[in-house]
Write a protein that binds this ligand. Sequence first.
Ligand SMILES: NC(=O)c1ccc[n+]([C@@H]2O[C@H](COP(=O)([O-])OP(=O)(O)OC[C@H]3O[C@@H](n4cnc5c(N)ncnc54)[C@H](OP(=O)(O)O)[C@@H]3O)[C@@H](O)[C@H]2O)c1
Length: 331
Amino acid sequence: MANGEKMRSVVYHEYGSAEVLEISEVEVPAITENQVLVKVQAVSINPADWHFMRGTPYLLRLQSGLLKPKKGSFGLDMAGIVESVGAKVSEFKVGDEVYGESMGALSEFAVFSNKSLALKPASLNFEEAAAVPMAGFTAIQALRDKAGVKAGQKVLIVGASGGVGTFAVQIAKAFGADVTGVCSTGNVEMVKSIGADRVIDYTKEDFFTGVDKYDVIVQTAGNYTLKQLRAALKSDGTLVQAGDSSGVKAVIGMGFVFGMLKTLVISKMSKQKMPAFLAKRSKADLIALTELIESGKVKPVIDRSYPMAQVAEAVTYLEAGHARGKVVINI
Ligand SMILES: NC(=O)c1ccc[n+]([C@@H]2O[C@H](COP(=O)([O-])OP(=O)(O)OC[C@H]3O[C@@H](n4cnc5c(N)ncnc54)[C@H](OP(=O)(O)O)[C@@H]3O)[C@@H](O)[C@H]2O)c1
């Protein structure tokens, strides 16, 4: 590709709601010797995207820019076709179908480090593959690394119908767990269909007042208190909180920080384990997810897909907090 060629890219120049997003003509980025240029086919969006777009919690701005976004590029998860490779990249070649996570993915072309990219699972189309990285990392790292889920354990996934939850239900089943999902009425059948042994409809029943206790709880949604979550956990169980349930306080971020500190202090005094959790981008986990997908144990759940021109509608829909699986944008 010749230097200076133009592409369409979704960008924002100020923080705000989805109206700040615009499609701009920018130069196709150049790659260094360890990077790969990908012609993006599909992108999935995550709550992280709208947190960066809004600049909330404000604590995020320490990284992204205090008053205005420093970069303003949008999107993280994508699947596409390798357009060119740096001189030191031997793992990929032009034409390979790949997927991965990198800032600024919602563009016709995006740059990836060799370390944030893997070959796309052959059984998935681009939309499905784009749905995997961040939600998949979160689910596998919460269950395997933080909770150490073992076969036969009772696992509760709170927010089982969301982007992370739909992966967490399937991955917990793949690990041999007995899985209960929590979601609203309209999603009960879908959560059963992806393998949950039981589903609790939170509009009819509280998961924390019943007699059932869980070895592991992964919370991805809902404003549940630590007391409620611990009430559903066995005395030696593990709680992994992936979602921030501090509601309006999340605008500043102190609710999240205080919540983490409170959890840390209580976990020191209790046999219940409540490790701090932040999912990391990982090539090894992209490969682990590919294996789970290729063995038929995990299949991304796509709620809706939108064209690039409707990115604002897609983000507004995701922000409402009731997506059923993943929301994808086709390039
Ligand atoms: N810590 C980390 O490293 C990390 C990484 C990735 C994501 N996250 C966070 O994890 C959270 C989930 O991400 P996501 O991509 O899964 O979001 P998402 O797709 O927007 O989650 C939407 C889902 O939440 C469910 N939900 C809403 N209220 C609920 C309630 N009271 N009880 C149970 N389920 C409820 C909805 O189900 P219904 O429509 O049935 O209500 C919907 O299916 C976000 O807060 C995100 O920021 C954290």
